[in-house]
Design a protein around this ligand. Structure first.
Ligand SMILES: NC(=O)c1ccc[n+]([C@@H]2O[C@H](COP(=O)([O-])OP(=O)(O)OC[C@H]3O[C@@H](n4cnc5c(N)ncnc54)[C@H](O)[C@@H]3O)[C@@H](O)[C@H]2O)c1
Length: 249
């Protein structure tokens, strides 16, 4: 008996990084997974190798597309047990005064409006008492440092939305989020325009994390699976740090 046998799970941003690991984790524990991403090819490739999954192409900032995603999940699997609002984007680092207003608005739409839209689209299809909505915020949303200020502000909004919405939805549906520290995903490329951190920056990042390494997609997927599981049935409004102790300091 797996923890998520027969459960219907949507994961956005599932074509890469954390989202792929989250989709794989739920699938490995028995769930049917909607592999949702703006990257249609990437979503199809991930869905193809999971035992029970369907790809779905979505811009998470778009209302109609969120409604269509929820409808597709219900048509395929009859309900939505876990909504994982993981898709998100950073911006080029050290950038606030140079950032274009349109880029700021687009980033907030992808990182914050998406959670609001996913909730509106999915909650009506989520069984009461056993379902949960989980999103990916960031430890930068609690403990910002220079360099990613508008991004960190969007994640602070995601954290606050999680806590407020959890209070609104209890006891019907649990609402939680995860707050990862830096991880080597495609995110690095988007913040720096390079695939890997320079050795100096890598060391600076490691020095700030007491556990001595960056997060992995599996760390984040494990936290999602725990928050969605019955073992976490009393947890709502939790913003779980997956940060190797980074926020202690
Ligand atoms: N990697 C890190 O250091 C880190 C740390 C903390 C939080 N996060 C957050 O984790 C989440 C996942 O990021 P990641 O590190 O896996 O990055 P990633 O770039 O590897 O994956 C992000 C995925 O989201 C998809 N996406 C982007 N815009 C989208 C849109 N409008 N609609 C649908 N899909 C879209 C991308 O196509 C990609 O597949 C994001 O919310 C990010 O802000 C990342």
């Amino acid at each position: 008996m797996n923890r998520f046998d027969g459960k219907s799970v949507i994961v956005t941003g599932a074509a890469s990084g954390f989202g792929t690991a989250i989709a794989e984790k739920f699938a490995a524990e028995g769930a049917h997974v909607v592999v949702a991403d703006i990257d249609a090819k990437g979503a199809a490739a991930v869905a193809e190798r999971l035992p029970s999954a369907m790809p779905f192409t979505i811009d998470v900032a778009d209302e109609e597309q969120n409604l269509a995603m929820a409808a597709a999940a219900v048509a395929a699997y009859g309900k939505i047990d876990v909504m994982c609002a993981n898709a998100g984007v950073p911006h080029r680092g050290s950038y606030m005064l140079k950032m274009k207003v349109a880029d700021f608005d687009r980033m907030f739409a992808i990182n914050v409006r998406s959670i609001f839209l996913a909730a509106q689209a999915c909650v009506p299809h989520m069984p009461e008492g056993t379902s949960s909505l989980i999103s990916t915020a960031s430890i930068g949303g609690k403990r910002p440092r220079p360099g990613l200020t508008p991004y960190n502000a969007s994640k602070a909004a995601a954290i606050n939305l999680t806590r407020g919405f959890a209070a609104e939805m209890a006891p019907r549906i649990r609402v939680n989020c995860v707050c990862p520290v830096s991880a080597a995903t495609n995110f690095d490329f988007q913040t720096m325009g390079k695939q890997a951190l320079s050795p100096e920056l890598e060391q600076k990042v490691l020095d700030s994390i007491p556990m001595g390494r960056r997060a992995t997609p599996q760390d984040v997927a494990n936290a999602y699976a725990y928050l969605a599981s019955d073992e976490a049935s009393f947890l709502t409004g939790v913003c779980l740090d997956v940060d190797g102790g980074r926020s202690i300091q």
